[in-house]
Write a protein that binds this ligand. Structure first.
Ligand SMILES: [Zn+2]
Ligand SMILES: [Zn+2]
Length: 249
């Protein structure tokens, strides 16, 4: 499994970070997990072909996670080089279908494609996509927001999306080889709907995670002693996400 960072920032414009997003490659299957502003254009810069994406996973409908989704569909229908026939599966939080219907109503046939788009809304459940088990649990960030756990041949990658501290995020991260966790703010800022280094430290220790990749960083976290706080309870591998970098487990 290989995870490539396409966006490590938040809704705040940043010359280096983009909004949220990453590409998870598992045995030749390409999954785009969140699709915030800047993520679509980061795909070719990271050496991938956006036309080959098999699955789009969306944790919730905040614009810093879905703003490039319409742009992706538009590109797939207007790129003269795109001869795609395979279906595109969208796995998203509940409420996505309404968002997608509204998007299609707004843009009409400019979003129509020559391949099928299949939508699967998920809450607290799991299913097998080929050999990959995909589990989602609610993250209590928005009413329907979800985090993802991908399992393939004993290897586990967890991607939190936006989340407060809760038991579900610990369950999603349990014994993960790689946990991609949001690290939005310093302590005491928007606690309950976002994580901070001290809360992350508790999650990682309880879940016994091997490696953590910190993402969704607001400017408030620059010059903040992130590593110092996380190592209070966690002694595993800590990396701060950088756009364009890949991590293989
Ligand atoms: Zn959010
Ligand atoms: Zn966000």
């Amino acid at each position: 499994m290989k995870y490539t960072v396409l966006g490590s920032g938040s809704c705040v414009p940043d010359p280096q970070k983009n909004s949220s997003g990453g590409l998870l490659e598992i045995n030749g299957i390409l999954m785009l997990v969140d699709c915030g502003t800047g993520v679509l254009h980061a795909i070719p810069r990271s050496g991938y072909d956006y036309k080959n994406i098999d699955v789009v996973c969306l944790t919730h409908l905040h614009l810093d996670h879905v703003n490039d989704f319409g742009a992706l569909l538009f590109a797939l229908s207007h790129d003269p080089e795109c001869k795609r026939k395979k279906e595109l599966l969208i796995i998203a939080s509940k409420g996505f279908s309404q968002f997608y219907d509204n998007l299609k109503r707004l843009y009409g046939d400019t979003l129509e494609n020559s391949f099928d788009v299949v939508v699967r809304e998920m809450g607290n459940e799991d299913f097998d996509y080929g050999d990959i088990n995909i589990q989602t649990l609610q993250t209590f960030h928005t009413e329907n927001s979800i985090g993802f756990r991908f399992t393939y041949k004993e290897k586990v990658v967890c991607i939190s999306g936006d989340t407060g501290y809760n038991d579900n995020i610990i369950t999603l991260c349990k014994d993960a080889d790689l946990a991609v966790l949001e690290c939005s703010f310093p302590q005491k800022v928007h606690e309950g709907i976002h994580l901070n280094p001290l809360l992350i430290s508790k999650i990682l220790a309880k879940a016994d995670v091997k490696k953590v990749l910190l993402t969704h960083l607001y400017p408030h976290t620059e010059d903040y002693p992130i590593i110092e706080y996380i190592t209070r309870e966690y002694d595993g591998d800590i990396t701060i996400a950088q756009v364009g970098k890949s991590y293989t487990i």
